[in-house]
Design a protein around this ligand. Structure first.
Ligand code: NDP
Length: 283
């Protein structure tokens, strides 16, 4: 039986700490941390994320602004908004919700956000700083995973860590953070041969591929720590599920994150942490 890592409880604890820290910061400086969230188009999932991000801002005592732009917004219009937010002293963090509609150049938009306000840590400058281990912001999902491991008492140093998935927002930075925590890291992806040989070596397995219940018990070592980043809909009942087949893997793992209620709740919490950090560094 695995210890179930309760992402909701850990996230609530971190948010309570951020709320306290924010109160102190506002009292000492008179500055309220401010986050601007920009969404283009009407993707329902993105709208839910944006709503939750604003709710989290209110909860921890931040100021927030939301810009809901129509699908036909042009590159020039969006860049103009980013420029305005870049120079707005009330705004310490800017988040442009991805994915953007196809006609917009995502990379150019991310490059346009001032690195000091890039609380998603997607700007190449911040990505580079993560690579050399000298960073102010960490990308929210991998940072959330590290916090879950830390607060569950899981030691990374010296462990075999296998990250499956190599996206810029999850897999790659995840691998880098585990490396910085002194794990021995293997990154797997869709062209990895004999994936199960790699995953069965893992003391810490991070699943981030976006395939419902892909990882089954036979791919997991007895006693492994299993972190499920996946957020998918199960084809049979359309319910939320992870990349890990929880029912079969839970009995062989030592620690496991459920979906929902594992990694998911941490992502927005880490965004709050980055925004507070941005406000502090702005002084
Ligand atoms: P991407 O689609 O950008 O990347 C998926 C990665 O998985 C790619 O590197 C791909 O390899 C690899 N992959 C796909 N299929 C396989 C396979 N069969 N075997 C091995 N590797 C495979 O996804 P993201 O990184 O953005 O997201 C991954 C999952 O995490 C999704 O379910 C997403 O919803 C979830 N997510 C959850 C968040 C949270 O807050 N909990 C936040 C962000 C994402 P290749 O590079 O070769 O194509």
């Amino acid at each position: 039986m695995a210890h179930i890592i309760d992402g909701k409880a850990i996230s609530a604890a971190v948010r309570a700490e951020i709320t306290e820290e924010t109160k102190k910061f506002v009292a000492e400086t008179g500055v309220t941390p401010g986050l601007a969230v920009v969404i283009v188009g009407n993707d329902p999932a993105s709208q839910v994320y944006v709503r939750n991000k604003r709710k989290a801002c209110t909860e921890v005592g931040f100021y927030s602004e939301a810009y809901e732009l129509p699908e036909e917004t042009t590159q020039t219009e969006l860049e103009a908004l980013v420029d305005k937010l870049n120079s707005d002293p009330k705004i310490h963090g800017i988040l442009v919700q991805l994915p953007l509609p196809r006609h917009l150049d995502e990379q150019r938009i991310l490059l346009r956000i001032r690195p000091e306000k890039d609380v998603d840590a997607f700007h190449p400058y911040n990505v580079g700083r993560i690579m050399i281990g000298d960073y102010n912001y960490l990308p929210c999902t991998p940072a959330g995973v590290m916090e879950l491991l830390k607060r569950s008492g899981v030691e990374v140093s010296g462990k075999e860590c296998v990250v499956v998935g190599r996206s810029n927002i999850v897999g790659k930075p995840m691998a880098m953070l585990l490396l910085q925590a002194h794990g021995t890291v293997t990154i797997c992806h869709s062209r990895t041969k004999h994936l199960e040989e790699a995953t069965r070596r893992a003391d810490i397995l991070v699943a981030a591929i976006g395939k419902p219940e892909f990882f089954t018990a036979d791919m997991v070592k007895e006693g492994a720590v299993v972190i499920d980043v996946g957020m998918n809909r199960r084809p049979s009942d359309n319910k939320l599920c992870g990349d890990v087949d929880y029912a079969s893997v839970e009995p062989v793992a030592s620690y496991i994150t459920p979906v929902p209620g594992g990694v998911g709740p941490m992502t927005i919490t880490m965004l709050m942490q980055n925004t507070l950090r941005a406000a502090k560094s702005s002084l």
